[in-house]
Write a protein that binds this ligand. Structure first.
Ligand SMILES: Nc1nc2c(ncn2[C@@H]2O[C@H](COP(=O)(O)OP(=O)(O)OP(=O)(O)O)[C@@H](O)[C@H]2O)c(=O)[nH]1
Ligand SMILES: [Mg+2]
Length: 411
């Protein structure tokens, strides 16, 4: 049995972190800066304050200690002289890197990107299913890394980042018990998966639309704007971990709208695997609303990350509306490459060009909106509805003769 005696308390003091990243041939320095901003934002989401960042240029990350020796010493001097609870690495560390770094940093936690993201998911998971999914991903991540550090950490008072299981319990650290737990969780999830597949099959066949996108782009805000759902939206990463399905009616044609978990660069593979059945909502969708935060300086990279993840889960090549959101914050003079002295183009023509470039290869439709300020929502509704309608009539060619009442669902 798992020991659930020690409860996680939110009243703990705020934890502090230093961030570490390397710039490599594949990852130029300006990218590293952006990634570190994202890492700091992930930390903030967990209430962790960033006190310093360290970066290093290397051909590739050091296989033993991630950074080189000199930088490692520099970090050690800093964390010895200052109150620092954890060192956050922007990439995933191998079990042996973790071991080596633990030996250097002793009582200071060594946390990598995956572990941080897993921790946020643990905090956000609401349903029994997503809690089990997160717990499974956490244990699969921890199992090969269960070393002195984890047993040591679990004995420290107060559980912080890296040790938080879902449901406010602490993670188990006994290797043998963890193995049993993994088997148990897998079995339980398979059972839930079988039940929900049956339930989905029994559901009447309605057109399914999934809202997808990078984290924090405004998916839940848009969901609220398009349906009556009271969905949680917040300026933090991964506000949504569970998917919400709502039935929406437009001109007496019902369809299902799903808000989904956001994607992120380097989303832990284990999370994708264990969230398989949650992601089924995306995989089984007929139409995708791909939301992009156009005000974000790296929105194009976000777009590529999402498309790549969609491919990975087998959900690419669906009819897609590319929804550029937060148009109220968009400033093309900031995003566009402006050579000195060059006239800054009007927002409208910049958007027009953007639309053309995306229509050509990445989307069937492009719409610019502000979900928050409710700008252009009508245009989006109309575009969406025209596609939904087409799909709906291909399933129910005689819909108009049925008096609109043939389909009843519980959503
Ligand atoms: N200015 C502005 N802010 C917006 C807009 N749409 C959403 N936001 C804000 O962006 C933040 C994230 O919104 P969410 O709807 O939670 O985003 P999400 O994509 O569901 O995020 P996750 O569930 O965390 O992946 C919130 O603070 C929203 O208020 C918009 O059109 N303009
Ligand atoms: Mg959300």
């Amino acid at each position: 049995m798992i020991d659930k005696k020690k409860l996680y308390s939110t009243a703990e003091k705020q934890e502090t972190a230093v961030l570490v990243a390397v710039s490599t041939q594949k990852q130029p320095a300006e990218k590293t800066k952006e990634y570190l901003d994202e890492l700091a934002f992930l930390a903030t989401t967990l209430g962790v304050e960033t006190v310093k960042t360290f970066t290093q240029n290397l051909e590739r990350a050091d296989i033993r200690t991630y950074t080189g020796k000199g930088k490692l010493e520099e970090i050690l001097i800093y964390v010895t002289a200052n109150p620092v609870d954890m060192i956050l690495y922007d990439d995933d560390l191998t079990p042996s890197q973790v071991r080596n770094l633990e030996a250097v940093f002793k009582d200071i936690k060594v946390i990598d990107r995956s572990l941080l993201i897993l921790d946020i998911f643990a905090m956000r998971a609401q349903t029994a299913q997503s809690k089990l999914q997160v717990e499974l991903a956490q244990y699969q991540y921890l199992y090969p890394r269960l070393t002195r550090m984890w047993t040591h950490l679990s004995r420290q008072s107060g559980v912080g980042v890296g040790m938080r299981g879902p449901g406010e319990t602490e993670l188990e650290t006994d290797k043998r018990l963890v193995k049993d737990r993994i088997a148990f969780l897998k079995e339980k999830l398979e059972k839930i998966d079988r039940q929900s597949t049956t339930r989905r099959k029994e559901r009447d066949r309605l057109v399914r639309v999934a809202i997808v996108g990078y984290t924090n782009v405004g998916k839940s805000t848009l969901m609220r704007g398009l349906s009556k759902a009271d969905v949680f939206a917040e300026n933090k990463l991964f506000a949504t971990v569970d998917s919400t399905v709502r039935k929406v009616n437009m001109e007496n044609i019902p369809f299902l709208l799903t808000d989904t978990v956001g994607f992120i660069r380097k989303l832990p593979t284990l999370l994708i695997e264990s969230f398989k059945s949650t992601l089924d909502e995306v995989r089984e969708a007929d139409i995708l609303l791909h939301v992009v935060d156009i005000s974000h300086p790296s929105f194009e990279e976000h777009l590529d990350v999402v498309n790549k993840t969609l491919e990975d889960i087998g959900a690419a090549n669906k009819p897609t509306i590319l929804v550029f959101n937060k148009i109220d914050l968009y400033n093309p003079t900031f995003n566009a490459d402006n050579d000195e002295g060059q006239e800054i183009e009007q927002t409208e023509s910049v958007l027009e060009q953007l639309k053309k470039s995306y229509i050509a290869d990445k989307a069937d439709h492009v719409v610019f909106i502000s979900a928050e300020k409710k700008e252009n929502i009508e245009e989006l509704r109309n575009t969406l509805f025209s596609i939904v309608k087409e799909k709906h009539f291909s399933i129910y060619p005689n819909w108009l003769d049925l008096g609109y009442t043939a389909v009843q669902t519980e959503e």
